[in-house]
Design a protein around this ligand. Structure first.
Ligand code: C2E
Ligand code: CA
Ligand code: CA
Ligand code: CA
Length: 279
């Protein structure tokens, strides 16, 4: 029996592909990353198309792994989500981003909005709104300077529950954005029920906007519909001057993308704000 157990273990081990071993290794490292202080936030400016000025920025996490180097979020957010590690990691992001924004405000760099991404697992947390409220209280950041980004699929999973959570956030005074808008399954009729301040047009539609009238139709329809509902629009992934000009002509409110700036370290944001970098 002992022999059999050993064999079946070996069989199991052999059947485990390299991918899952790599995954286990990554998971182990991810568990330690917070205490080892290996995460860092980069910030990408959001620019107002009327004034050309920076009005906010999105916080984007990076993992500075001692051996693997800079690991982009697409390579570990999914795993963090599956393992539940996203909850403490997300709490770190929220605290760090709010504290940073308050520090910029204290240094006289302006009243900017800071956008923070929430994952599905975080959104489902029982005490989510309270925990955000306590971060605001601890850091002293005004609620209206925090913008919470959630995707369509997160709010569409349980619409009733989402409406409750979003209303609680609204009562707290924070801004709410729908991220990657247009890529999910949200029924337009639900938009009215969600107390949303901003729609972020996914960059796939932004890429199409200079490719002719019919290709640009989706982005333009999103802008018109959002405005009719009293919702602002941020275009994501703006990479060219032509995209920027077309969005401006079509009344988009703000842009975010490589055309103005990639996501950068906090010090670089400070320099941009001090030098009053504009479009
Ligand atoms: P996202 O929320 O849609 O963030 C925008 C992504 O587009 C960022 O990728 C950004 O670097 C990239 N981007 C910005 N401008 C351009 C552009 O002009 N062209 C192109 N091609 N890309 C552009 P990043 O930083 O790699 O983040 C990827 C995703 O990881 C994010 O997508 C978000 O879903 C997730 N993520 C990042 N930080 C966090 C976090 O703190 N918490 C959670 N839950 N998710 C995060
Ligand atoms: Ca986002
Ligand atoms: Ca997005
Ligand atoms: Ca995304």
């Amino acid at each position: 029996a002992k022999e059999l157990g050993r064999n079946s273990y070996q069989f199991y081990a052999a059947a485990m592909n390299e991918f899952s071993l790599e995954r286990l290794r990554l998971e182990k490292h991810l568990r330690n990353a917070l205490e080892r202080d290996e995460f860092i936030l980069h910030y990408q400016p959001q620019v107002d198309l009327t004034t050309g000025e920076i009005v906010g920025m999105e916080a984007l996490i990076r993992w500075q792994h001692p051996e693997l180097g800079m690991v982009p979020p697409d390579q570990f957010i999914g795993l963090a989500e599956e393992t539940g590690l996203i909850v403490p990691i997300g709490a770190w992001v929220m605290r760090t981003a709010c504290a940073q924004n308050k520090a910029w405000q204290r240094s006289g760099l302006g009243n900017l909005r800071i956008a923070v991404n929430l994952s599905a697992r975080q959104f489902a947390q029982e005490n989510l709104v309270e925990s955000v409220a306590s971060v605001l209280a601890e850091t002293g950041l005004a609620p209206q300077l925090l913008d919470i980004e959630i995707t369509e699929s997160i709010v569409m999973t349980d619409v009733e529950e989402a409406v409750n959570t979003l209303n609680a956030f609204k009562a707290l005074g924070v801004k709410l954005s729908i991220d990657d808008f247009g890529t999910g399954y949200s029924s337009l009729s639900y938009l009215q029920r969600f107390p949303i301040d901003v729609l972020k047009i996914d960059r796939s539609f932004v890429a199409d906007i200079t490719e002719g009238a019919d290709k640009g139709a989706i982005a333009n329809a999103i802008i018109a519909m959002a405005h009719n509902l009293g919702i602002d629009v941020i275009a994501e992934g703006v990479e060219t001057e032509a995209q920027c000009d077309t969005l401006s002509q079509n009344m988009c409110d703000q842009i975010q993308g490589y055309w103005f700036s990639r996501p950068v370290a906090a010090e670089t944001i400070e320099t941009m704000l001090q030098e009053k970098k504009t479009l």
